[in-house]
Design a protein around this ligand. Structure first.
Ligand code: AGP
Length: 609
């Protein structure tokens, strides 16, 4: 997704803008640019490709003067990646300059109106350029009123950074659906798409809500609603420091975050699991409400959806209530049948995924409460949900999620246990034992991750395979979904996750000499069945890499490579069995020389449809 930064203060803006953009590279982009104003003169430098191209072009910002500016990394939606389509975009008179994250859905009729009837010369194929020209067209000398008119005219999602040459000491910003935060400094102020962009400069932030218009001067901030009524906002302090969002000596953010999982899960569970109970801080479901629950519905995208599928197995096993899991992009358009006595749960690392945000709004519009499981503090989904359980995974930079995934899994485990305890579908002893198990999961995660190097030699052997199948039954199948996605998204190797019992209904026709099959065999009640499925593919020439429980020696004689995980309560094995799959995907991608932290075509937070 696009990244936005803005600065106004006493320092040279360009180097700060470039630094901020470098912290947003993980969002995925194909071009970058910045604009500054100095002595009433506007300067814009932008180019296709990596941010380093822009840094080289302007000597790391030294070539651009000015103590006010905006910057952008573009993830192309309208118009191919090119210098001309890069942001910032300006109007013909160079009066207004804009950076934009989101999509202007009615840009074509607006562009036609401006082009045909107002003879405005467009230079790019982007939707964003319409905003720059509209600002100029509506300009009446009052920038705030002009902005207000423009955002009333456009439809879609937009986080905007705006410069106006008539007000060189003022930076403007607008938020609707796309993420935007304000950073407060000492004699300087900032805007950005995400917190990591500004952690080198401030820890004091303001949340910007949909419809807000922000006016930033170097030593003051003003917030307005869409009617230009002043808004009072309280700052919040972020307890991250940027080193947490730096690589910390690892080759990639993904590897660092794989190794941070023990801490991420421990920070997520330790404060919440007491001797006798599980307490969530912002959880507005009383015991009677939990007792009355007749089902749960989970809505999410990608890996967060896979957490939902695993959560389905855990909740149904422990709390004995049916769970439905929906892909958010499907849910929001299927005219969903919503009912009372259902707990609706959104799972999202970024809290900004457009499909998930829209799905949540649909549920709330119909009058139902939503519980959000989110990692990013103050993100849109977190702010609009009725209850929020934050994962405490810290900033997750790699596009491929690992530590946030594991932290989300831990939340689902705790939630399932809490509901089971209230509904008395498990005994008090089993509950106490489960609390102990959950408290020990972080240590077991550390054990698995620290031994995961065994997977490395396997990866070098398999890096050129054309396709990989992930098979498992029951909760292991749900983990296969995540293992398959991890491999696909960072190594670009095609793979499929299959319920092992389903292979014989078609897919086994694809199994031949040399095909790689990853089999997860951790569930005792279906172990024999999975072993039969493994034998079926082995006899047809497959190379099988199994993830199994320590002590299961029989597996070693059946497969080509086995990775053992510590034995634990079967319902909690996903927190462990997913780890070698993460490392496997990482090692294969590294062997292939892929851009692991920023895989092609992908973005960390998909804030557009
Ligand atoms: C997972 O590795 C991917 N980055 C992607 O599937 C991601 O899980 C999905 O886009 C959902 O993102 P969210 O959790 O921020 O909503």
């Amino acid at each position: 997704m696009c990244g936005i930064v803005g600065y106004i203060g006493e320092k040279k803006a360009a180097p700060i803008l470039l630094d901020g953009l470098s912290k947003l590279e993980y969002r995925g982009y194909d071009s970058a640019g910045i604009a500054t104003i100095e002595n009433g003169e506007l300067s814009i430098e932008k180019c296709k490709g990596r941010l380093q191209n822009l840094c080289d072009k302007i000597q790391n910002g030294e070539a651009l003067q000015g103590k006010i500016g905006i910057g952008h990394t573009r993830w192309a939606t309208h118009g191919a990646p090119s210098d001309l389509n890069s942001h910032p975009h300006k109007c013909s008179q160079s009066l207004f300059t804009v950076v934009h994250n989101g999509i202007i859905e009615n840009y074509l009729p607006l562009k036609e109106e401006l082009t045909v009837h107002k003879h405005v010369p467009f230079v790019s194929e982007t939707d964003t350029e319409v905003i720059a020209h509209l600002l100029s067209y509506y300009y009446n000398g009052n920038v705030l009123e002009t902005i207000q008119r423009v955002i009333n005219a456009v439809e879609g999602s937009f986080a905007l950074g705006i410069l106006c040459r008539d007000t060189p000491n003022t930076l403007y910003a607008v938020k609707k659906d796309s993420p935007l935060i304000v950073g407060k400094g000492n004699g300087e102020n900032f805007i950005a798409s995400d917190i990591p962009a500004l952690l080198n400069y401030t820890k004091d932030f303001y949340l910007v809500d949909d419809g807000d218009i922000v006016m930033l001067k170097k030593d003051s901030l003003f917030f307005f609603d869409r009617k230009l009524h002043p808004l009072k906002k309280e700052p919040f302090v972020v307890d991250w420091d940027y080193s947490q969002a730096e690589k910390g000596g690892y080759a990639h953010f993904m590897l660092k975050e794989i190794h941070e999982q023990q801490k991420a899960v421990n920070d997520t569970v330790s404060e919440r699991i007491g001797e006798e109970d599980i307490v969530f801080e912002d959880f507005h479901y009383g015991e009677d409400e939990l007792k009355a629950l007749h089902s749960i519905r989970i809505v999410a995208c990608g890996s967060a959806y896979h957490v939902g599928v695993i959560g389905k197995y855990v909740i149904e096993k422990l709390a004995r209530i049916p769970v439905e899991v929906d892909v958010a992009s499907e849910f929001r358009y299927k005219n969903p049948i919503l009912q009372k006595d259902v707990m609706y749960i959104m799972i999202s690392q970024s809290g900004e995924t457009a499909d998930s945000l829209a799905a949540m709004r649909e549920i709330r519009k119909q009058g139902y409460k939503v519980l959000a499981v989110v990692n990013v503090l103050g993100s849109s989904i977190a702010r609009e949900a009725d209850s929020v359980i934050y994962t405490h995974a810290g900033p997750e930079i790699a596009v491929a999620t690992t530590k946030a995934f594991s932290a989300q899994l831990a939340v689902m485990d705790m939630l399932a246990l809490k509901i089971a305890h209230v509904k008395e579908t498990i005994t008090k002893d089993a509950y106490k034992e489960a609390l102990m198990t959950l408290r020990n999961i972080p240590a077991r995660i550390e054990t698995v991750v620290s031994n995961a190097d065994k997977v490395k030699k396997l990866a070098s052997r398999l890096k050129n395979v054309g396709s990989v199948f992930f098979i498992g039954r029951d909760i292991d199948y749900a983990v296969c979904l995540e293992g398959s996605l991890k491999l696909k998204e960072i190594s670009y190797i095609h793979s499929e996750a299959y319920a092992a019992g389903e292979l014989k209904h078609g897919t086994i026709s694809l199994i031949e000499e040399g095909v790689v099959v990853v089999a997860i065999v951790t569930q005792p009640h279906v172990r024999e069945k999975v072993i039969s499925n493994i034998k079926e593919v082995k006899t047809r020439g497959a190379f099988v890499f199994a993830v199994a429980n320590e002590g299961d020696e029989e597996i070693r004689d059946i497969v080509d490579f086995v990775y053992y995980i510590p034995k634990t309560n079967p319902v909690y094995t996903p927190s462990l069995s997913v780890l070698p799959l993460q490392v496997f995907a990482y090692c294969v991608a590294k062997e292939k020389g892929c851009d692991i932290d920023k895989p092609r075509n992908l973005a960390k937070s998909v804030t557009v449809e």
